[in-house]
Every structure is written in C-alpha cells, then in structure tokens.
Design a protein around this ligand. Structure first.
Ligand code: ADP
Ligand code: TZD
Ligand code: MG
Length: 569
C-alpha cells in the first residue's frame, strides 16, 4: 500500500499534512484534544513539526483549555476532536466559549458525506456541521485539501473579529486522505491580514458619552471581562485615574486594576449600583449578572454609557443613553484625550460615602475571616489562602463551585489583569482542569485552582493530564461533602443519599497520588497554610483536599433567588 510519506516524496501531499502546515503557518503553537479515528495521525504530525499537542481525558476539558487560551492570547485556541461523540463532548466548551466571547476553533474529524447524507449508519456518524451551528458563531466544512487555507482563514477571522467566539471546523475523513500536488498545496497557504480589525468610534458618540458623564454626580464604571480581553490595561487605568470615578470589576475583570485600588468599589457593590446616576459599562453586558440593569438593585434614574465592540448589544436589556461601539482601547483613548473640557465632577461626597461602606464591610469581613472553627469554614480557610497568595500575586486563580466560587471571589484579591479565570457568563461547572491546563501551558505561570468538591468532579480525571505534562498546577478541593452543603437528607426517609450529597469524607487527594502528583489532606488552617506553601514552592502537580464543615454552605451560593419557588409542599 502506498504510504503518505511515499506520496510526499512523489511531490504529493494530502489533507492531513496540509491541515497541519496551515495551522503552523498561522502561528498555532498548541492543539488541545483527544485522538482517535480519523485525527490520530494529524496530532502525531503536528507534534512532529513542533506544534505542542496536549492530549486530554475528555474533550470538554480540551475545549475549555482552547477557550481560555483564546481569552488569554487574543488568538483562537484550537481543540481537536474525533467524530460524533468526541465532537459532542467538545461542543459544550465551544458553546461556552461563544457565550463568554472567547475565540476558539473546534476542529473535528467527521464521517464521509455520502454515508451521513443518506443516513446509512457510519462508524461514529453524525451531521456534525449542522449540529454545531446553533452553538457557535459559525460552522464550516472543508471538503477538499485545496480549500484548507481558505477554510482555516475563515475560521480564524470569524473567531476573532467583532465579538470573539467559537467556530466549528469540520474536516472529513476523505478530505484528510485526499492527495494534491505538494508545491500547489504550499502555494495555497496564507495568513489572514488583520483578522480582528480595530474599530474606532466616531467623535459624535464620544462627545455624547462625555456630555453625559460630565452631568453625573455619582458616576460609576463597570469593568467586564471584555475589558480584560481587550488588553487595553493602560488606557483603562489612565481614564479611571484621570477621572477619579469609582469602578466595579466583574468577576473576571478583577485585577485589571488591583482590587486594593482606592477607587475600587467592589466591597460597596450594593451601594454603588443602587445610587450611581451615570453608569459606564466597559466590556460588560447587562445580562443576569447585572440584573439586566433594572429592578430594585439599581437606581431607577441611572443613565448608561456602554463601550462594546458589538453594536447589537446596545439596548439589549434597557435603553442605552450613550452607546460607544468600538474597540475598548480606541474608545478609552479618545475619551481620555478629550476629558479636560468636560471636567468630570466625581463629587467628593460620592467617594466618601463609598469609602465609608468599604470600611464597614471590611471590618465585618475581617471578623468573619478571623473566626476559628473546627472543622474549617470557607472564610477561615480562604483567609489562609489569601495570606499565602500575598507572596504569589502572579499566579492564575481558576475558580468554580457555588459557595466556593462566591466566597473566593469576595475574599481573594487580584492584583494583575487576566489572572482570575472562572465559571463565566453561564456560571457553568466543569471549567476547572481545562482552564488550569490551558493557562499553565499558555501563560507559563503557576495555577491555583480553587474548586468545590462537586465542581471538581466535572473535570477531575484531567488531573492525570496535569501530571502527565508535569504542569505547575495546585488544586484545592473545598470538600464539604456535597453540592452547596453536605448535610442534605433524603426527604423520603430512604437509604439513598440526598440529591445534593456526595460521598462523606471523600479523599480527592488520593486521586492525584495515582498519577504521581503530590497529595495533601488538611483539616486545620495551619495544615492548609503549610501544604499550600509547599505545593506552590514545588511547582509540581498537587492536590489539597481541604475539609470544610458540611453544614456551612448556602443553597446555590449567592444566586439562591434564581431557584423556582415551589408553592406545593
Ligand atoms: P462580564 O461577564 O465580565 O460582565 P461580558 O462577557 O458580559 O462581561 O461582556 C463582555 C463584553 O465585552 C461583550 O459584550 C463583548 O462584545 C465585549 N468586548 C469584547 N472584546 C472587546 C473589545 N476589544 N472592545 C470592546 N468590547 C469588547
Ligand atoms: N451542571 C453544570 C454543568 N453546571 C452547573 N452550574 C450545575 C450543574 C449546577 N451547579 C451549580 O450551579 S453549582 C454546583 C452545581 C452542580 C456545584 C456546587 O457544589 P460545589 O461548591 O461542591 O462545587 P460548594 O462550595 O459546595 O457550594
Ligand atoms: Mg461542595
């Protein structure tokens, strides 16, 4: 049988080789995936030519790693999956990347069209491109090797331009093995020019925004993860410091300016939302996370300025008085350059009122954090972590769970942009190991994943991947024996555990031992401190099973109000 190498030597190449060449030509450094028919050789060849291949235990985690790579680098992260079930496993991450606005491309092998289209039952057969369409920005299929360069360029441009998001790219088995002239194939390769063109808002929109801002007595800036993604850190800082306006960071925007910045209003959130008269949204949508910009949490007379790349985001939840459609860096720079004539009067009483609430809330928090309990609770455990992290401010914090998520967000300060990676817009569980791996591989920095015990279970098997690639990831499992809490009861009185219960006293630390990682089991704050210091100092894969009182969690964390209220008992 003629081999691909023979073909290569005979001046031919094929779709599989050309696909790898095209990825390399476009600067792709890493592929995250799970191999099998028909993409195993593609991964092997990618590794052979110097693209890093990170092989996972589940496609969802590979997809999450690709998504977070996209968020951190402003280049699409690549996830490689096999047909049908592998493709479907990756689809959750693709959909989530799209909802979050993270650029990624899921490339999946697929069955031959003639069998799929007549529904004749192929091995792992599914009409993948059409299945993917509602879950991503666009879905494309490459049917011929000569279309690879164009197909990839379309995927890259779609993932990056406008509001970034996920793209599905279908590569058929027959396309992968179709040969073509090697010289022609090389000549077809290209890199798309300026795939994420900078959009600059016009002066009318800038002036409208500044006029509104200058009328404010109690202005507020809300920074979202779009502002973090934009990498406009200096422009944002300059505008905020020049105007003196208080700012509220959304979860993943924490650290864009340090959480201990004097203008940070994070710990006076209720006050600023209920009283601000002009709110400037910077890369943050008025979705459920901000109560859609209306209702009892908001000042009913507040007026809004919104900076966003996506024109149709304006007025999506409430009228926007001054829409500023464009790139955040461009908009911010234009605003800053014109600011003097308008004299933004951030009145001193407004800052003073915020500072007073901050002080009171800090005192209340200090009491919570300092209270010793046995077993530990979220707060005294997080106090220890917060203290240790003062010496490790440049570490990624990956965070998921319910109480574990909310309490960590409130207690652990962030000091640098794009280091806090969490459940994002959907509030979904399962990002833990994927984001940790993606961040460690892409950012080259240490990662601390703070995980609820339930949350950890969604991607826990990929600790094997962390160990196999020897990544500097430390995982703390806040183990309270359950979803929200571990003391649920079976209301029917039967022997089965309650719906929220997990195995009491589970030893998650023993899982990592199986793969050669370092395990810690801690029940006291002093042990937590010692183990975290040791884990971070070693830089080796490690897992700390941190025992938390099963009775201290709140149902659904901070969003218990979203549960349907049953009137029938
Ligand atoms: P958060 O959850 O932190 O509130 P969202 O994900 O809701 O943030 O909002 C992010 C917004 O940022 C999206 O509407 C997106 O279109 C926007 N965005 C992303 N990148 C840019 C950019 N470079 N310039 C302007 N807006 C951007
Ligand atoms: N499935 C998916 C994919 N995402 C979800 N958000 C949920 C289920 C529902 N869910 C939450 O919203 S939080 C959570 C689940 C299962 C886990 C909470 O338990 P935990 O954290 O152990 O991770 P705490 O500290 O015990 O609250
Ligand atoms: Mg739990």
């Amino acid at each position: 049988m003629e081999s691909i190498t023979d073909n290569h030597n005979a001046g031919l190449t094929d779709g599989m080789h050309l696909m790898v060449d095209a990825l390399k030509a476009n600067g792709i450094q890493t592929i995250y995936g799970v191999v099998g028919i028909p993409v195993t050789d593609l991964a092997r060849h990618a590794q052979a030519v110097g693209i890093r291949y990170i092989g996972f235990r589940h496609e969802q985690s590979a997809g999450h790693a690709a998504a977070i790579t996209g968020y951190l680098t402003k280049k699409p992260g690549i996830c490689l999956t096999v047909s049908a079930p592998g493709f479907l496993n990756g689809l959750v991450a693709l959909a989530e990347a799209t909802v979050n606005g993270f650029p990624m491309i899921q490339i999946s092998g697929s069955s031959d069209r003639n069998i799929i289209d007549l529904q004749q039952g192929d091995y792992e057969g599914l009409d993948q491109m059409n299945v993917a369409k509602p879950f991503c920005k666009a879905a494309y299929r490459i049917n011929r090797p000569e279309d690879i360069a164009i197909g990839l360029a379309r995927a890259i441009r779609t993932a990056l331009s406008g509001r970034p998001g996920g793209v599905y790219l279908d590569i058929t088995t027959s396309m992968l093995s179709t040969t073509m002239d090697a010289a022609e194939a090389q000549a077809s390769l290209f890199t798309p020019i300026d795939p994420a063109p900078i959009q600059i808002p016009c002066s009318t929109a800038i002036n409208r925004a500044l006029k509104l801002l200058s009328s404010a007595r109690k202005p507020l800036i809300i920074l979202g993860k779009g502002a973090a993604y934009a990498q406009a850190d200096e422009s944002i800082k300059e505008f905020i410091e020049k105007t003196g306006i208080p700012f509220l960071p959304m979860s993943m925007a924490k650290g864009l300016l340090p959480d201990d910045h004097p203008q940070c209003a994070a710990s006076a959130r209720s006050l600023v939302l209920s009283q601000a008269d002009v709110v400037m949204l910077v890369g943050a949508r008025l979705n459920w996370l901000l109560n859609h910009g209306k209702g009892k949490k908001w000042n009913p007379d507040a007026r809004f300025i919104q900076l966003d790349i996506c024109a149709e985001e304006m007025d999506s939840n409430r009228p926007i008085d001054a829409p500023l459609v464009g790139d955040i860096a461009a908009s911010m720079d234009k605003l800053t350059s014109k600011i003097e004539p308008f004299e933004i009067a951030c009145c001193p009483e407004w800052r003073k009122a915020i500072d007073e609430v901050k002080k009171t809330n800090a005192e209340k928090m200090h009491i919570k954090l300092s209270k010793p309990t046995s077993p530990m609770n979220y707060f005294n455990a997080l106090k220890i972590i917060s203290d240790v992290m003062q010496a490790h401010k440049d570490v990624y914090i990956v965070n998921e769970g319910a109480n574990t998520l909310d309490n960590t967000r409130n207690v652990i300060n962030m000091y640098h942009p794009r280091l806090r990676l969490d459940t994002g817009t959907w509030g979904v569980m399962g990002i833990g190991m994927g984001y940790s791996i993606g961040a460690a591989v892409t950012g080259g920095k240490q990662v601390l994943a703070i995980e609820g015990d339930s949350a950890f279970g969604f991607s826990g098997m990929d600790i094997e991947t962390i160990c196999r690639y020897k990544l500097p990831v430390t995982i703390i499992v806040f183990n309270n024996d359950g979803i929200y809490r571990g003391d649920g009861v079976n209301q029917g009185g039967g022997a089965d555990p309650a719906p929220t219960s997990l195995t009491p006293g589970a030893r998650y630390d023993r899982m990592i031992e199986a793969f050669g990682g370092t395990a810690f089991h801690v029940t006291k704050t002093v042990e937590l401190e010692e183990s975290l210091c040791a884990a971070l100092a070693s830089g080796k894969p490690s897992l700390i099973n941190c025992v938390i009182d099963p009775s201290v969690g709140v149902e659904s964390g901070h969003i218990g109000n979203l549960n349907p209220h049953s009137t029938v008992k």
